[in-house]
Design a protein around this ligand. Structure first.
Ligand SMILES: [Zn+2]
Length: 355
């Protein structure tokens, strides 16, 4: 009994401390000003998500099964998960708060950074949506492999070097077209697959394109193909399995650590439905330009359940620009003129999609 009484006393004191740490703060979003009780927890400041929804003239709902919280305000949807820093906006953009959403006494507390740095981008006085980065679309270009991960090898060449060379050419072309381009790597370094998609997620990318060189036991296989995210594995080649195995353990350890299995499946399903069609269209636009420019067989657009695509919240695809295992493709990929033509086709395909 003593222990229980002590626990109650402790809880009472903790609540008093919490109350005394709360202070009224003034905020302004989309031209309207409001006041909220802000609570200091450690060095961070939080407000009640419920109070914020009311202040914005919106609503807050909670899915009892997933515990996912959805705030609707100014025609936008903002989804949060307890213990997660992620904010999913209109089932499309994923941004990160400096602190995870915290539950206290059944109330969900969210970092004030949501109001000061995220909401102003989405809730405008005019009611207009997100302001893109200086009006520029953001494209993330991922040069496959790097560092100790050489990728496929053939004729003394490493896939990682060819992908970086072509990725830089694509970057320069897209920059010239007026897009903001972010590279996952610009030198010979290794990056885990979830880190590559995190770069797209953190920068609010409009699209993510990963560049690779193909490899096959059948040395007659040649030409290009482009993959988009699909649950259906169209074939089980070595490349796909290798990509999957290198990221899976990492993903479970870090990014998804705080989420329940149900939450993960819900998020994946949600992400899959909203981006799959866009990703397929992006893949088609790129492949349509790439196949005639690169020559060899047009192996088409294919769905594959690839981790590098699954973890990004924007439409994404993986381009195979030729076979390192094929003599003719490899010879072409040694030529600067050919690499430039391939880069130009990828950039044009991206432009076709974004316009
Ligand atoms: Zn590869």
């Amino acid at each position: 009994m003593g222990k229980i009484r002590f626990a109650f006393l402790w809880l009472f004191l903790a609540l008093c401390a919490l109350k005394s740490a709360a202070a009224a703060r003034h905020f302004e979003v989309g031209g309207s000003a409001f006041k909220l009780e802000a609570t200091a927890l450690g060095s961070a400041e939080f407000v009640s998500l419920y109070d914020l929804s009311k202040a914005l003239g919106g609503s807050l709902t909670c899915d009892e099964w997933t515990r996912c919280l959805e705030m609707k305000a100014s025609g936008k949807s903002f989804r949060f998960m307890p213990s997660s820093k992620a904010v999913l906006i209109d089932n499309d953009d994923c941004l990160y708060l400096p602190n995870a959403v915290t539950e206290i006494k059944g109330d969900a507390l969210v970092s004030t950074a949501l109001i000061t740095s995220i909401l102003p981008e989405y809730i405008k006085a005019s009611g207009k949506g997100k302001a893109s980065q200086g009006g520029k679309k953001v494209v993330v270009i991922d040069a496959g492999h790097g560092g100790h991960d050489t990728g496929a090898q053939g004729g003394g060449r490493n896939e990682k070097d060819i992908t970086l060379d072509v990725a830089k050419r694509v970057r320069d072309l897209l920059t010239g077209m007026g897009y903001k381009v972010i590279m996952t790597r610009t030198s010979d370094v290794f990056l885990e697959l979830p880190d590559r998609s995190d770069i797209a997620n953190k920068n609010g990318a409009d699209i993510f394109v990963s560049i690779h060189v193909n490899d096959a036991a059948n040395t007659a296989a040649c030409g290009t193909e482009t993959y988009y995210l699909s649950k259906v594995q169209v074939d089980n080649d070595y490349h796909a399995r290798r990509l999957e195995s290198s990221s899976y353990g990492y993903e479970l350890r870090r990014r998804w650590k705080a989420m329940t299995a149900k939450m993960k499946s819900v998020l994946r399903q949600q992400h899959y439905q909203t981006t799959q069609q866009k990703s397929k269209l992006l893949a088609e636009k790129i492949q349509r330009r790439l196949a005639p420019a690169a020559g060899g067989d047009n192996r088409g657009v294919k769905g594959k359940n690839l981790s590098v695509l699954r973890n990004s919240y924007c439409p994404s695809c993986l381009v195979e620009i030729g076979f390192i295992s094929n003599w003719s493709d490899r010879k072409k990929l040694n030529s600067s003129a050919h690499k430039q033509a391939v880069a130009n086709a990828i950039a044009q395909g991206i432009k076709d999609y974004l316009k």
